[in-house]
Ligand binder design. Structure first.
Ligand SMILES: [Zn+2]
Length: 125
């Protein structure tokens, strides 16, 4: 399963939800009150339904992301004395993230930890 990452999209999603749940219903209600549109009630309900659907989908994705983060944290906590192969044929020390570890190194030059195992990839990429 691919790792879900919502670091840079949180404010955009919240803005879209606010538009559908707050801004558009208020605009449609105002237009309905002055007689500008006839289908005011339908548009308000449609906007609320779309906003609710986006909210539910976002919450489900956030829950999945938090579960993945917990699994990753557990994985790296249990594998802190290992090195992970990177794309540039170097390895990364899983204790503090030193990315200048060579494949043949038996210990990290930064933190001094002795590597016990060698992993090709983390659970999510
Ligand atoms: Zn290290």
């Amino acid at each position: 399963m691919k790792k879900i990452n919502s670091i840079n999209v949180g404010t955009k999603v919240l803005s879209i939800i606010a538009v559908f749940l707050i801004v558009l219903p208020i605009c449609f209600f105002g237009m309905k009150q002055i007689g500008f549109i006839v289908l005011g009630d339908f548009l308000i309900k449609a906007s609320l339904v779309v906003g609710s659907i986006i909210t539910v989908i976002s919450l489900i994705l956030l829950i999945i992301e938090l579960r993945q983060d917990r699994q990753l944290d557990k994985y790296f906590t249990n594998h802190c004395n290992t090195k992970l192969l990177l794309a540039n044929s170097l390895c990364e020390c899983q204790k503090y993230g030193n990315k200048l570890v060579r494949a043949e190194d038996t210990c990290c030059k930064i933190c001094g930890i002795h590597f016990e195992k060698y992993y090709d990839s983390p659970p999510y990429i």
